[in-house]
Design a protein around this ligand. Structure first.
Ligand code: ADP
Length: 858
């Protein structure tokens, strides 16, 4: 029997799109048909796969493993509703149910090179190259299905797309899927064709901005009672609500946790005992600090749950079966004296990873080792301790549904205005949840574009499974280019006729056959049929996702939060006659979908499969099966000493004979230099160097100021480790911003006397910290300019400081390159801290010979 991969290959050789029929890579219908979508799998993400036979091997492994697993064996072949009462079966195993081959050696430390968490590095290896022979035979490649990235750079997603044969397109080209790290502009949304997918809904910020989320939930507390919505810590926006905070503090004392309003990844967070300790320089959100927190082996932890919403009207919510648990590095101690320590009170990976005691899981199978666990490992751990795990997960599901209900009304209104088709948008949210010691979950925040950065094998495994399942579930239509063209033409005509009347495609087929009687007895309109059919097909493709809304008990538990006529969750007080989500024809999609899946109209039993509460809770607790280990390309630049020396000599001779660095080259050198310093300090912390960096960052100010004061140093060792971690985190945040800013610079042509771009890039790729330092110091001294920090014609450029010669001279001069006072009050805060070693440092520095600065070249 020919394998599916062979079918694809033969189709490719035959140069015919239509010959490519049903395969391992297409779901919900035959390729090219209306319902067919691409199927994504983790087993081809392995770099070493060169022949399709390996894919086959792992597939047969799957089947073998499944047959050994009674749970997965019985539940992994959901019935696919085909809209005519018949059912097809497709294999959509979740990662927890399937076991894939493990035959390739993993190198998950990403070559041991310094790698910034948020993947902002501008010198990454290109991942998942399309040149792999089998990528060209994938349906997505044959059908010319494309993806576009906008303001995001995620190696893992790129690799998944490339390996499945999708092609990246640039700015103005047509895409099948757009993946962005930011909100999408209405203009882009308005012009989407029905086959296009984008990874955000409009106005998602109602959920993902800390202040908006809190306000929306408070609205529901007012509408439906506090007790049903008491899962967010009491919070206040400062400076506006300072009075309210003061009176809350008088009623019940702190501590309070202070977070900058527009910030993430633990940036700028600190904890205070009383409101008068809060810095009012910028708008902040102050929340009651949950002191009695659940600890694992004495460490505070929080949970990241991945939540997929594929539609807001009707509301369709999935939770991914696996999540991540982040542990603080330092053991938890609730005493006031320890409130300063971010590595004890904050669980952010981006803070804790720089702590010397932070333990990364070595292997992708280590789910409960070190400071990052999987959700299922935590649940199993809690069960062993005798906790009621199903109750915890029920409360988490409830919290997720209610917070989405709280912002739905606004998102639906925006979708009506901007989004042409019901399938265009989907969104993956990262819910951060803290569990207290009575096992009550608290919602901390919802992340807009949860990080898909991978830093360990465990991360890679969970996120690769998550992303492949997400893309299959969401469904990228497997249309040929000609079908897409036809669609585009029809769609343009349709829009030109309907523009201004109504923006949802839903209305095009929304004529209900005129049958008298109550709404539920009506036959479904075309649009309602589409919705039910889509929901069934999507659920059949869900892989490791667990649908929590709608579910069997949805109407019983959440029906009273929905408007009785429209089914839309009402979250704001609506004046009589005012309708925030206007409809041309009244409909209640939530009710229709529920009735057709679980109610009296339910025609398809398969649609319910896997969604009962019991099945859901069991799935959260199951460990992910071992999956293919995923290897990322190494940067693999061999730093040969000889080559380094030659390149450096060449660059120095250019500079000495009058060449200046362009601003881009200078900024690239500076960012490489700081990366090298960060890398060095994380491996071998150096007190004095950290202080220099801290001083520089505090002077620069903005988000890079010291978020906690290093007070109460009870135990010098602990303090030092925590301080090192904080400095590294601040430097890494600065670098991220700096590298992003640098992307705005280009050298559009090479002018006379410029160091050739290729030569300079070669130098950057090979240079060591000392080489970079040397070039930066030389260029500063010779030109009297600091092009890596200031524009040549900037107004408030401070004079260039003298740069001590010898190793680390540039680092010593760095703080003085920023004008005093630029970093506002924060600089003064760290002054006292810096004073500790001031005497020694200044003594040493004074004696150091300086490179003559300000000796401008004529
Ligand atoms: P960010 O978006 O910057 O990561 P979070 O709201 O997720 O900010 O908070 C960061 C960390 O601070 C969390 O991991 C959690 O450990 C801790 N935290 C946040 N809010 C509270 C709170 N109200 N009580 C206790 N700990 C909290």
């Amino acid at each position: 029997m020919p394998t599916s991969d062979n079918k694809i290959i033969s189709a490719h050789n035959g140069n015919s799109e239509t010959e490519v029929v049903d395969s391992e890579w297409v779901a919900s219908g035959k390729l090219g048909t209306r319902d067919a979508v691409l199927k994504f799998r983790t087993n081809i993400l392995n770099s070493d796969i060169s022949a399709t036979s390996e894919i086959q091997d792992s597939n047969s492994d799957n089947n073998a493993a499944d047959s050994k697993n009674p749970v997965s064996g019985s539940s992994t072949t959901p019935q696919l509703f085909d809209g005519r009462g018949r059912s097809n079966s497709i294999v959509t195993k979740s990662a927890k149910e399937s076991a894939e081959s493990e035959d390739t050696e993993a190198d998950l430390n990403e070559s041991g090179d310094f790698q910034c968490d948020s993947e902002y590095s501008n010198h990454e290896a290109d991942e998942g190259n399309i040149d792999l022979p089998y990528s060209r035979t994938m349906p997505a490649h044959v059908l010319k299905i494309t993806y576009k990235f906008m303001q995001t750079e995620t190696r893992l997603i790129r690799k998944i797309f490339n390996r499945h044969g999708l092609t990246e397109v640039q700015k103005d080209e047509n895409f099948s899927i757009l993946w962005t790290g930011v909100h999408i502009k209405p203009d882009i949304l308005r012009n989407l064709a029905p086959y296009q997918r984008v990874n955000h809904f409009p106005r998602s910020y109602e959920l993902t901005r800390k202040d908006r989320l809190y306000k929306n939930i408070v609205h529901l507390q007012h509408l439906h009672g506090f007790r049903s919505f008491d899962f967010v810590p009491q919070s206040y926006m400062l400076p506006k609500e300072l009075k309210e905070l003061a009176s809350a503090h008088n009623k019940q004392k702190g501590p309070w946790i202070v977070k900058p309003a527009a910030s993430s990844r633990g940036r700028g967070i600190y904890i205070v005992n009383a409101p008068d300790q809060i810095d009012m320089d910028e708008p902040v959100i102050v929340s009651r600090y949950i002191v009695d927190t659940l600890c694992i082996d004495g460490h505070k932890c929080d949970i990241r749950i991945y939540v997929l919403v594929t539609s807001f009207d009707p509301l369709v919510i999935y939770i991914y079966e696996e999540g991540l648990v982040r542990l603080a590095t330092v053991k938890y101690d609730r005493r006031e004296a320890h409130l300063w320590n971010p590595c004890m009170h904050l669980c952010n990976y981006s803070i804790n990873k720089y702590h010397m005691d932070y333990i990364k899981p070595n292997d992708d199978t280590e789910e409960d080792i070190g400071h990052k666990w999987t959700l299922s490992a935590l649940l199993r751990h809690l069960r062993v301790q005798g906790h009621n795990v199903p109750q915890l997960m029920a409360n988490i599901e409830d919290l997720i549904i209610k917070s989405i209900l709280a912002c739905s009304q606004t998102v639906i209104a925006a979708c009506r205005m901007f989004v042409p088709s019901g399938n265009n948008c989907f969104e993956l949210y990262g819910f951060d949840i803290l569990v207290d010691n009575s096992l009550k979950p608290w919602l901390l925040e919802v992340n807009l574009s949860p990080s898909m950065g991978v830093d360990s094998g465990l991360d890679t495994r969970v996120k690769a499974c998550l992303l492949t399942d997400l893309l299959t579930c969401v469904g990228i239509p497997a249309f040929s280019t000609s079908t897409r063209d036809t669609f585009d033409k029809k769609w343009t005509r349709f829009r030109s006729i309907n523009f201004g009347k109504r923006t949802s495609s839903a209305d095009s087929g929304n004529k209900r056959p005129s049958v008298s009687g109550s709404q539920n007895l009506h036959p479904l309109t075309t649009e309602e049929q589409r919705i039910v059919r889509n929901a069934c097909m999507q659920n059949a493709r869900r892989g490791g996702f667990v649908r929590i809304f709608p579910a069997e008990d949805t109407m019983q538990r959440y029906g009273h939060y929905l408007d009785t006529t429209t089914g839309i969750p009402l979250s704001t007080s609506v004046a009589p006659g005012q309708n925030l989500c206007p409809m041309v024809l009244p409909h209640n999609y939530n009710q229709v979908l529920f009735d057709n899946l679980y109610g009296k109209n339910a025609v398809n039993k398969g649609a319910k499969e896997g969604n009962s509460a019991k099945q859901r809770y069991a799935q959260y607790e199951r460990a992910l099966a071992n999956s293919t280990r995923i290897v990322f390309c190494k940067k693999n630049i061999e730093k040969s000493e000889e080559l380094c020396k030659n390149l450096r000599a060449e660059i120095l001779s250019y500079i000495n004979s009058g060449s200046e660095l362009t601003q881009l080259q200078a900024r690239q050198t500076f960012s490489r230099y700081l990366e090298a310093v960060l890398h060095r300090l994380t491996k071998e912390p150096r007190d004095f160097h950290e202080k220099l960096i801290l001083k520089f960052l505090n002077r620069i100010g903005g988000a890079f100021k010291t978020p906690v004061l290093f007070k109460n140093p009870e135990n010098a060792k602990v303090v030092n480790k925590a301080r090192s971690a904080m400095v590294a985190k601040l430097l890494s945040d600065f670098l991220e911003q700096y590298i992003r800013d640098t992307e705005a610079y280009i050298d559009s042509f090479e002018y006379y006397n410029m160091i050739p771009t290729k030569l300079y890039n070669d130098f950057l790729n090979h240079a060591l910290e000392s080489d970079l330092e040397h070039v930066l110091a030389l260029i500063t001294c010779l030109t009297g300019l600091m092009p890596y920090l200031y524009n040549r014609y900037g107004l408030s450029v401070p004079p260039t400081p003298p740069i001590p010669s010898g190793q680390y001279g540039f680092l010593r001069a760095l703080p003085a390159m920023v004008a005093r006072g630029t970093g506002s009050r924060e600089f003064h805060k760290c002054e006292s801290y810096l004073r500790i070693e001031k005497a020694n440092a200044s003594g040493k520095c004074d004696k150091l010979p300086y490179i003559a600065a300000n000796k401008k070249r004529k």
